[in-house]
Ligand binder design. Sequence first.
Ligand code: FMN
Length: 300
Amino acid sequence: MSKCEITFGKMKWKNPVTVASGTFGLEYAELFDLSQLGALTTKTITPEPKAGNEPQRIVETEVGLLNSIGLQNPGVDEFIKIDLPEYRKFDTNLIVSISASSINEFASLVKKLDTQPGIDAYEINVSCPNVENEGIAFGTDPEIVFDLTKKLRETTEKTLIIKLSPNVTSIMDIAKQAENAGADGLALINTLYGMAIDVETRKPKLHNIIGGYSGPAIKPVALQNVYKVAQAVHIPILAMGGISSVNDALEFIIAGATAIAVGTYNFVNPLGTLEIIDGIQEYCISHNISYKNLIGSIQT
Ligand SMILES: Cc1cc2nc3c(=O)[nH]c(=O)nc-3n(C[C@H](O)[C@H](O)[C@H](O)COP(=O)(O)O)c2cc1C
């Protein structure tokens, strides 16, 4: 049994490593046995299919990635029919990332997914527009995050993880409201806003002009968000944002994360998650510290 086993909400993970939503699909099963991960996290699923934004949707920058995929996904019915049976083949936890445009729509989506076997947790993507609040993202308003989490808490007994956006005034207030309303855990951070311009054409490089910025450049931003949120709440944190090495993963764990997710780095090194799983365990052995004691062990 791995020494780095964790409990995250109602889930037991064999190691503390998963993948960030939208950066990792079932195609990776051709490269390694996905059962080796502590959990699998799906791309965000919505009630109806979404074609996503027009290209150009991905732009590489000096130290990160800009994307404006626009939550492209087949919709929940197709997900249940085609993808879910494939995900079930792996002996690991399954976190289904979901998004909707109103609190009731979120609740209906969870109700529908709850009828299906093989789902261990929901990751609630609150970075999407809320039609009941002038299209402003759910995740920017602590009261709305409270109401949404409370409604979903009443709807499901499965592990509920609220995924926080860094594009807010106080991520700690939002984290606390999610905790107060009954969330089992928090995932952070989603992408920062970013853009790039081609100076020859003077056109934005993304068709959508502004997109989500991820990768190594956002790591220090993510790390301080995880550190601050870890001080503010008692529920476990799934940390992400630029993690590209064992060292990066360890920094987040020492800052207070119970688990970590690898995102953009999957595109650089599809086997990076496995190297990070091994590296965390080796660190614990060579530093004679249990994984449990490593979490939040920052010396300030
Ligand atoms: C191409 C791409 C697609 C993404 N799609 C989603 C998504 O569907 N849902 C979501 O919650 N986050 C999505 N994200 C955000 C990541 O899950 C993650 O929070 C963010 O990229 C920070 O981690 P990283 O720097 O390790 O990539 C996406 C990121 C990228 C790069």
